[in-house]
Every structure is written in structure tokens, then in C-alpha cells.
Design a protein around this ligand. Structure first.
Ligand code: ADP
Ligand code: MG
Length: 321
């Protein structure tokens, strides 16, 4: 069961300011037997015995159908939810709560509307009790890193969606995390802007060396960015395949069109074949079969069953995946 956490480990106003640290090299992540079920109005088995070993500096892309538990897994890694069983260990230390070693970026930038870009980037440093001058220096570095120095004083409402997302990436890097968790960070961007952001993310990674776990729905994006693409099954999320991407770095946007990326993408897609949204619809539609129906009874078409999702394809033969 997802339970309340122990107090956050983000320090509030330490008595003496911490010294400025060198950039933290990427942290290794070991995920061991992580399972989690939500108990709300309905019980949702979200994650099932996830094992994953992520090397320091590795870029791992998570891909899987809607609702398979990708965001939940990121939240567990970030210490925002406790798993029912299993552990997450970062560089040898168990994650027991929200952790300054981890930076999180969500699909929507989630910036504070009343704070400027710079003040948004400084927000985690404020919470951590950093002195003003250290905050200002770090914020300037980070805004430079994401190419936004001239937007330091701008309010989020005056910035484009892509620029706001850059601010949130800078904010996620504020406390020099060893791990950056990105949950579909580019899905709101148009295709060309998205490609540019993919390239920018790789440049950022080259400069920071942060370990990255990225959720995306785009197979080419996953292959282009990652050292390894991890394919999850429909709920409960399980690891069904790990596809290595042996494409040399630094990578360039033109690699997206290369035969190599296309062939790895085809491999990833092959593992996703049985995990399409249609397959989930089929599985959920079958749940609508009345209890007590003998397993060998001729099954009625799911579109005649109560509770069938509207988007179920009634023309598909019943037993075709
Ligand atoms: N806080 C929550 N309470 C109850 N159910 C949740 C909660 N968060 C997520 N879920 C459910 O868990 C499943 C996995 O969700 P999520 O991790 O967001 O999937 P994904 O990111 O792969 O689309 C979904 O069925 C979702 O509705
Ligand atoms: Mg999600």
C-alpha cells in the first residue's frame, strides 16, 4: 500500500551553510523487487516486482502503455511514494523520502506563477536554506546551462511552453542532483522543438554527467537519448524487455534518421506489440464477463458487455491480441 512518508530529508535552514560542492557525478540506482498497489476508491496494482540496475551516468528510457506505472516508478525512485515491498538504493544509500540527490521534471513545467524564472530556479535552494549569494551564483550558472540567462527576470506566463520546461529542468538541477527523473518532459512540444530539446538534453547531460531516467511515449526519442530502453508491460508494470542502444556519443539529431536508430526502434516496438492500448482495452473489456461464467463458455462480444470502454474496437475478432 502507498503509505505516508517519514519526514522529508531536504534540509531546512542548516545551521551553517554547506560549502559549494563540485557538480555531483551521476549516481547509480538499484531498484530491487519494487511492487506497489494503490488502495483508493478502487485497488490498482501499479508495479510488480520491478528490478532495474542503472549505472552512474547512464541514460535509461522507460516506455510502456498508458497507466502501466511509469510515473509511479519515477515517484518511487524520487522518494515521493514508498513501495509496498522492495527497495531503491542510490549510490549505496536507501531512498527513504524526497531526496535532494534526485531532481524531478514533470510533463507540465509546474512553475510558481508569481516568481521569475530565476526565482523559480532558486526555489529549492531557498528551501534548503542556501545563503542568497550562493543561490544567485548557482541560478546564474543553471540559467546559462539551459540558455536562458536573458530570461532570468521573466515571469512564467510570458514564456513559451518549451522555455518554461527549460526553467523547470534548470530548477531540477538546482541542488546538484546525481539523478534527473524526467516524466514525459517534451510531450507538449511540437515535433521540431522537441527534436531541438532532445539535442539540448544530450548537451546538458554531456556537461553535467547526471544519471537520467526518462519516461517517453516516443520510441525514436527513447532510442536517440538512451543507453538502454526499458519496456514495461501493461498494468501492473513489469519489465518485459531491456534493449541496449549501442549508438556512440556524442549523438546528433541526424542520428534520428539513421538506419541504426530505426532498427533499434523496430526492436523496441516488437516488445511493445502486446502492450498496446488496444490490448489493455481488450483485457479490461474481458473483465466485464459476468462472474461465474465458465472459462470455455462462448464469449459475447465485449461491446455488448456493460462497462466496456467506448474506444474498444468491436470489429476486432475476439481472440486477436
Ligand atoms: N495516487 C494514486 N492513487 C490511486 N491510483 C493511482 C495513483 N497514481 C496513479 N494511480 C494509478 O496507477 C496506475 C499507474 O499510473 P501511472 O504511474 O501514472 O501510469 P503511467 O505514468 O504509466 O501512465 C494507473 O492506473 C493510475 O490510475
Ligand atoms: Mg505518467
Amino acid at each position: 500500500m502507498a503509505t505516508a512518508r517519514e519526514p522529508a530529508t531536504i534540509p531546512s535552514s542548516p545551521p551553517t551553510p554547506a560549502p559549494v560542492r563540485a557538480p555531483v557525478p551521476g549516481a547509480g540506482i538499484r531498484i530491487d523487487g519494487v511492487s506497489l498497489t494503490f488502495h483508493g476508491t478502487r485497488t490498482v496494482h501499479a508495479l510488480d516486482a520491478i528490478d532495474l540496475d542503472i549505472r552512474p551516468r547512464e541514460v535509461v528510457a522507460l516506455i510502456g502503455p498508458n497507466g502501466c506505472g511509469k510515473s509511479t516508478l519515477l515517484r518511487v525512485i524520487g522518494g515521493l511514494i514508498a513501495p509496498d515491498s522492495g527497495t531503491v538504493v542510490l549510490d549505496g544509500n536507501p531512498v527513504t523520502g524526497p531526496d535532494p540527490r534526485v531532481g524531478l521534471v514533470f510533463q507540465e513545467p509546474r512553475l510558481l506563477a508569481w516568481r521569475s524564472a530565476e526565482r523559480n530556479v532558486r526555489f529549492p535552494m531557498d528551501l534548503a536554506g542556501w545563503p542568497e549569494d550562493r543561490q544567485a551564483a548557482r541560478a546564474e550558472d543553471l540559467l546559462g546551462l539551459v540558455g536562458l540567462r536573458e530570461f532570468a527576470k521573466a515571469k512564467p506566463s510570458t514564456l513559451s511552453g518549451g522555455t518554461r520546461q527549460r526553467v523547470s529542468i534548470a530548477r531540477a538541477l538546482a541542488l546538484e542532483p546525481g539523478v534527473l527523473l524526467l516524466d514525459e518532459p517534451f510531450s507538449a512540444l511540437d515535433a521540431l522543438t522537441r527534436e531541438r530539446f532532445n539535442a539540448e538534453l544530450l548537451r546538458l547531460w554531456e556537461r553535467t554527467g547526471t544519471t537520467i531516467v526518462l519516461v517517453t511515449h516516443s520510441i525514436p526519442e527513447a532510442v536517440f537519448l538512451a543507453d538502454r530502453v526499458v519496456v514495461l508491460s501493461p498494468r501492473p508494470g513489469r519489465v518485459v524487455a531491456e534493449v541496449p542502444v549501442d549508438l556512440p556519443r556524442p549523438r546528433r539529431v541526424t542520428d534520428l534518421d539513421s538506419a541504426f536508430v530505426t532498427s533499434v526502434a523496430a526492436d523496441v516496438r516488437r516488445h511493445l506489440v502486446d502492450t498496446t492500448d488496444d490490448a489493455i482495452a481488450m483485457a479490461e473489456a474481458r473483465i466485464a464477463v459476468p462472474p461465474g461464467t465458465p472459462p470455455d463458455a462462448p464469449r459475447r462480444h465485449a461491446d455488448t458487455e456493460p462497462g466496456t470502454p467506448a474506444w474498444f474496437d468491436p470489429f476486432r475478432p475476439e481472440d486477436e491480441p
